[in-house]
Design a protein around this ligand. Structure first.
Ligand SMILES: Cc1ncc(COP(=O)(O)O)c(C=O)c1O
Length: 478
C-alpha cells in the first residue's frame, strides 16, 4: 500500500499523462491544421485589462488540463497562421516542440555535467556546428543561453573582462578608467541595456549614425572614435540583420577598423545568423568570422521554440571570462578552462532548459538543407511582398528588404510624409491588431513611421500579401 497521498499520486499518474498527452497532441495538431488552412484569427484582441479579467486567480483546482490549454491557445497569438507577418518570432518546427516536451520532463538543469550528461555534450556539438557555419576555425567555442538579450550581455561581459585592462570582475567597474563601445544607432535595445547593467550608464554607448541603408559603416565608426570624451573605447557592436530593417553591417570593413584600433568586434547576428545556412544569403555575413564574439538566435531563422541563443567566441577561452566565478558547492574543478562541461560557469543561468536538444534533433531529422530551404523561401517571400506593395499606387516600401523584414506604409494621396501620415499608419496598425485577422507591427525610421512585417512563416503564399493589402485598404475605408 503506497503512503503517497492520493492527490499527489494522481498529479504524477503516468496513465493520466498518457491520456492527456494524446488529447493534447490532437488538439494542437488540429489547431495547426486550422491555421495552415487560414481559418480563424491570428489575434483575439482584448484590452490588457479585459484580458486580465479573463485570467482571474479564482477557480484554482479541478479544471481539465486540456480544456484549459485549449482556452489558452484560443486566446494566444497564432504565429503559425500565415496571416501573422509581424515580429521576428517563427512558427516553430512542430517536432522541436516535441523535443521541448522531453526537455520539460527530463528537466536536466545542465549547470554541471552530471545534471545533463546527454544535453551538455549535445550543446557543445551544436555550438561547434554553429561556429563552423559562421566560418570560425579551431579554438572557437561558446555556450547557449536564454535569448539574444542575455547573449549580448554575456558577450559584452567577456569583452569587458578581456579588453578593460583591469580585472573588472574582481575589482569592480570603477577600478579603472570609464569604458565605452561604439554602437550603431539601429542597434537592438538590449545592447544599451547591457551597457547600463555593466554600470556604464548612457555614456557607455558612443552611438554612430547608420547610413541610408541603415548600416554602420567604418567611416561612421572612425568618426565616433573621437567622441570618447576621456573614455577608453574597447569595442564595436555591429548588427548582422538589424531589428528594424534587417540591414547587415559591412563586417569586413568593421573588422578592419577594430584591428586598426585594437578593439573587440561583437556582431549581434541574433536575427541574421541563420543566413549562414543559405548558399544564396551567406555572403551577407562575410567577415563575421573575424568577429571576437557573435550572438545567433536559433529561435529566429532556425524555427526553434523560444529561447535558444548561441554566444560564440573566436577564441573559445573567452567563453570563461563573462562569469569567471567559483562556487564550490556546484563546480568541482578549480581550473575553469578544463571544465567545458560545467555550463553554469559560462552563463547567467544556473539551471537552464535543455535547449540544444531541439536544434540537435531538428538537424538529425531534417539535415541542414531544410534550414537553407526555409531561409531562401523567406527571402523570396519578403522580396515578393515588397514587389507587390511597390506595384500599388497607395503603398510605399521604405527600402529593399535585405533578408525577410519589409518596412512599408500606406500613402493615401491626400497625405504627405509628416506627422499626419505617421498618425494614419499608427492608427491603421492599431486597427489591424484589434481586428485580428492579420498581425503586423511597426517601426519608427528616420523618414517616419512604417508598418513592418518580418516574414517568418515559410508556409505563407504570395497571395497572402494581396490579401493583406486588400485588408489594409478595407480597414482604411471603414
Ligand atoms: C538584432 C537583435 N538582437 C537581439 C535581440 C534580442 O533577442 P531576444 O528577443 O532573443 O532576447 C533581437 C530581437 O529581436 C534582435 O533583433
Amino acid at each position: 500500500m503506497s503512503s503517497v497521498p492520493p492527490v499527489i499520486a494522481e498529479a504524477f499518474s503516468t496513465e493520466r499523462f498518457r491520456a492527456d498527452g494524446h488529447r493534447l497532441i490532437d488538439a494542437v495538431a488540429d489547431a495547426l491544421a486550422r491555421w495552415q488552412r487560414r481559418e480563424g484569427v491570428v489575434l483575439s484582441w482584448r484590452t490588457p485589462d479585459e484580458a486580465l479579467g479573463m485570467w482571474s486567480r479564482k477557480g484554482f483546482g479541478g479544471v481539465d488540463l486540456i480544456d484549459d490549454l485549449r482556452r489558452i491557445m484560443a486566446s494566444s497569438t497564432a504565429l503559425a497562421h500565415p496571416h501573422c507577418m509581424a515580429h521576428q518570432v517563427p512558427p516553430p518546427l512542430p517536432g522541436s516542440a516535441l523535443a521541448e516536451l522531453v526537455s520539460a520532463i527530463l528537466n536536466n538543469g545542465m549547470a554541471v555535467y552530471e545534471m545533463g550528461p546527454a544535453a551538455v555534450p549535445i550543446e557543445l556539438s551544436v555550438i561547434e556546428w554553429m561556429c563552423s557555419k559562421l566560418g570560425y576555425g579551431e579554438g572557437a567555442s561558446g555556450v547557449l543561453t536564454s535569448g539574444g538579450s542575455l547573449g549580448n550581455l554575456t558577450a559584452l561581459l567577456a569583452m569587458r573582462q578581456a579588453h578593460a585592462g583591469f580585472d573588472v570582475w574582481k575589482q569592480g567597474a570603477h577600478a579603472g578608467p570609464p569604458l565605452a563601445v561604439i554602437v550603431g544607432s539601429d542597434a537592438h535595445y538590449s545592447v544599451a541595456r547591457t551597457l547600463r547593467i555593466m554600470g556604464w550608464g548612457d555614456e557607455g554607448a558612443i552611438v554612430a549614425p547608420v547610413d541610408q541603408q541603415h548600416r554602420l559603416t567604418a567611416e561612421a565608426v572612425e568618426k565616433a572614435m573621437s567622441f570618447g570624451h576621456g573614455k577608453k573605447i574597447i569595442g564595436i557592436v555591429a548588427a548582422a540583420g538589424s531589428t528594424a530593417t534587417g540591414a547587415f553591417d559591412p563586417l569586413h570593413e568593421l573588422a578592419d577598423v577594430a584591428e586598426r584600433h585594437g578593439l573587440w568586434l561583437h556582431v549581434d547576428a541574433a536575427h541574421g545568423g541563420g543566413a549562414a545556412l543559405s548558399l544564396g544569403q551567406r555572403h551577407k555575413l562575410s567577415g563575421i568570422e573575424r568577429a571576437d564574439s557573435i550572438v545567433w538566435d536559433a529561435h529566429k531563422l532556425m524555427m526553434m521554440p523560444a529561447l535558444v541563443t548561441a554566444v560564440l567566441f573566436k577564441n573559445g577561452a573567452h567563453t570563461y571570462e563573462a562569469f569567471a566565478q567559483q562556487a564550490s558547492y556546484l563546480f568541482a574543478n578549480a581550473a575553469p578552462e578544463e571544465t567545458w562541461w560545467d555550463l553554469g560557469q559560462r552563463t547567467l543561468e544556473c539551471t537552464k532548459r535543455m535547449m540544444a536538444i531541439e536544434v540537435w534533433t531538428a538537424l538529425r531529422v531534417h539535415g541542414e538543407e531544410l534550414f537553407g530551404e526555409i531561409i531562401d523561401r523567406l527571402v523570396v517571400l519578403a522580396a515578393e511582398m515588397a514587389a507587390r506593395l511597390r506595384n500599388t499606387d497607395d503603398f510605399e516600401v521604405a527600402l529593399d528588404p535585405e533578408l525577410n523584414i519589409v518596412c512599408y506604409r500606406h500613402r493615401p494621396y491626400e497625405l504627405e510624409p509628416g506627422p499626419g501620415l505617421d498618425a494614419h499608419n499608427r492608427s491603421l496598425r492599431q486597427r489591424v491588431v484589434e481586428d485580428g485577422r492579420f498581425y503586423i507591427v511597426g517601426t519608427q525610421l528616420p523618414r517616419g513611421y512604417f508598418l513592418r512585417s518580418t516574414i517568418m512563416n515559410p508556409l505563407i503564399e504570395p497571395s497572402d500579401f494581396d490579401a493583406l493589402i486588400e485588408h489594409l485598404r478595407s480597414l482604411c475605408r471603414s
